[in-house]
Design a protein around this ligand. Structure first.
Ligand SMILES: [Zn+2]
Length: 309
């Protein structure tokens, strides 16, 4: 499988969900192995779309470098990953990626308009060295090695419009475009005042989010289980920060951006540790290696310094 970028630059403008400020993004082709990177127009700062660039994951994923930040990158990142784009420059004129309709659908349409271009370099899927788990009793995520990528998600919420929603999905480009990209973000009317006081949801409206009142959604749903679909979309966007397609099965219960990023960092650390260990220690069956192997066979190896089982 080869890497892909887009054929020509395209742009779109809109209001940020949290900042309420207008921003413009321009997407441009990038060379093989360049990855996805943001460029902030006002400062010229380049921020790689990488796990180490995440500076905040409260309600949205914010990346930053040297004091410059770009908020709410996840829906655009999900569209990029969902269409199989590896290399892309994203110039941002403003503090936040536009919310548009609250889903990844408008970004998918924009990327489709640009067209995809195959590149000479090969894609390098990321294989997991061992299972990992992050989170605590009611909110957790685990990831296990698998030949194909799959997400199984359970969302529980006592709001009558949500309840318990369960979905297991092995992504294809077509199912991403039709069944997940259009799922919108959502918020509770009762939380809106406090969120706005804290500088969040200032651009939120019925045009870019499902708003839940006491009894139900104030606007119509695109899918009966749109909420769990959006959770999966957010997870795809956050996992895209790894920069490589995953060969693993993610099983999640009631996650959010903070937990998604915790998982992304755990994956990055596990892959990095495994690589370093392979270089440092020649393959020999000593006692330590045998006991690690046994632990791996028996179950989950917690991510160093991150897991809270
Ligand atoms: Zn979202």
């Amino acid at each position: 499988m080869r890497q892909h970028t887009i054929r020509k630059p395209v742009g779109i403008e809109g209001i940020g969900l949290h900042s309420g400020k207008v921003a413009r993004v321009t997407l441009s082709p990038a060379p093989p192995d360049a990855g996805v990177a943001f460029k902030v127009r006002s400062t010229g700062e380049r921020i790689a779309a990488r796990p180490e660039s995440v500076v905040n994951s409260h309600y949205a994923t914010t990346v930053g470098a040297n004091g410059t930040r770009i908020q709410t990158v996840e829906h655009l990142m999900a569209a990029v990953a969902g269409l199989g784009i590896d290399n892309l420059d994203i110039e941002v004129d403003g503090p936040e990626i536009p919310a548009l309709d609250g889903s990844a659908k408008p970004f998918v349409a924009l990327l489709a308009l640009a067209g995809l271009a195959q590149q000479s370099a090969r894609r390098r899927p990321l294989a997991l060295p061992c299972p990992l788990r992050v989170g605590s009793s009611g909110r957790w995520m685990q990831i296990v090695p698998s030949e194909t990528f799959r997400i199984s998600y359970t969302l529980d919420n006592d709001h009558p419009a949500i309840g318990t929603q369960v979905l297991s999905w092995a992504p294809t480009e077509r199912s991403f475009v039709e069944e997940f990209a259009p799922a919108r973000t959502y918020g509770f009317l009762k939380d809106l005042g406090l969120m706005r006081k804290n500088g969040l949801a200032r651009g939120g409206s019925l045009d870019n989010a499902i708003v839940l009142g006491n009894r139900g959604a104030l606007n119509g749903l695109r899918y009966r289980d749109e909420f769990v679909r959006h959770k999966i979309l957010d997870l795809i966007g956050d996992l895209a920060l790894l920069g490589r397609p995953l060969r693993a099965h993610v099983i999640a219960r009631n996650g959010g951006h903070a937990l998604n990023i915790e998982l992304v960092l755990a994956i990055q650390r596990a892959v990095g540790l495994e690589r370093r260990a392979a270089v440092a220690v020649p393959a020999r069956a000593d006692a330590a290696a045998a006991s690690t192997d046994a632990a791996r066979r028996d179950g989950f190896v917690p991510a160093p310094g991150l897991a809270a089982i």
